[in-house]
Design a protein around this ligand. Structure first.
Ligand SMILES: [Fe+2]
Ligand SMILES: [Fe+2]
Length: 315
């Protein structure tokens, strides 16, 4: 069968729209549940780590893009992320404004232990946009981010309004539902101009699915840090909480392990520092795949094996 990029992209759009991570039970429960400002504070302190890294992924992809057409579409998205379409406030600043409205104190975001799946999401995306084929990275940022975010944010916005937030407090969320429709279209143009075979299409799909899998684990993590009643539907019968699904039970366990957090946990500065530790280009990998680091031993933060992370409770 002759390859047709547009029909492949149409099929992939449908696959993303129905993906379990995009329709995650934690998102649905936030939309229907009883989240308070305190719950959204816990949510936001984890989610903020992802928000602050998105331009890093996109900048890496821009550097690694093979031609000017692809760079042009990526640059259009980046200009919006830097604040062109939001009165000059970049998207990280907008999200910090939201965090303040949830009750996060100045600098508090830098001291909260991050869930290991949040850190894993950041590491995964830095690598997808640096050390894999460009089309894998584009699948992760286009279909798995820009196509998916409006659908994932819809229940969040519902939950935020239900918790009593005013529109001016939560600008970040509706802005993304609106802007990401453009971003989705622009990155689809980039994709359509670049894929001409099933092999290339499979690279796009691979990046999309790797990113969405990591995203699903982040929503699990978010579910585990919320308060016990947060995901209980407002009109639930008495005793409903006893039958709740895994994230809430995980939440109870992770609260028990809070005191174990100690100094081994990644916090925002360490998570952001991953960008300094993961080379931007594939060719920065040695012949045997080992990383060629450009730091002195003194300057390089201590390497820690993933097994040293523990799921942690946001506070
Ligand atoms: Fe954004
Ligand atoms: Fe976007």
């Amino acid at each position: 069968m002759a390859f047709d990029a547009r029909s492949f992209l149409k099929t992939l759009r449908a696959e993303v729209a129905t993906h379990p991570s995009v329709n995650h039970p934690v998102l649905t429960a936030i939309g229907e549940g009883s989240c308070t400002r305190e719950d959204f504070k816990r949510f936001g302190l984890q989610h903020f780590a992802l928000v602050g890294m998105f331009t890093q992924y996109m900048e890496r992809l821009l550097i690694n893009a093979p031609n000017a057409t692809a760079k042009l579409w990526l640059a259009k998205v980046l200009v919006d992320e830097y604040g062109e379409g939001s009165d000059g406030d970049d998207h990280t600043t907008l999200y910090r404004h939201f965090l303040t409205r949830t009750g996060v104190a100045p600098d508090q975001e830098n001291h909260v232990p991050l869930h290991d799946d949040v850190v894993d999401f950041i590491r995964t995306h830095l690598e997808l946009c640096s050390h894999h084929h460009f089309l894998v990275g584009l699948g992760a940022l286009g279909p798995a981010h820009e196509w998916a975010i409006p659908d994932m944010f819809a229940p969040l916005i519902k939950g935020l309004r239900r918790a009593g937030f005013k529109e001016e407090e939560i600008l970040y969320f509706p802005l993304h539902v609106e802007q990401d429709q453009d971003h989705a279209d622009w990155l689809e143009e980039a994709l359509a101009s670049m894929i001409s075979s099933w092999e290339e299409a499979e690279l796009v799909r691979e990046g999309t699915m790797l990113s969405l899998a990591a995203r699903g684990r982040v929503w699990d993590a978010v579910g585990s840090v919320l308060g016990e009643e947060a995901l209980v539907p407002a009109d639930a019968p008495k005793g409903y909480a006893q039958h709740l699904h895994r994230p809430i039970k995980q939440g109870l366990l992770s609260r028990l392990s809070d005191f174990l957090a100690g100094d081994t946990a990644y916090r925002l500065p360490q998570a952001r520092d991953l960008a300094n530790r993961i080379p931007i280009r594939k060719q920065d990998l040695g012949r045997n795949g080992a990383r060629i680091t450009r730091f002195t031993d003194k300057a390089r933060p201590a390497e820690r094996a993933p097994s040293s992370y523990r799921p942690l409770q946001a506070r």
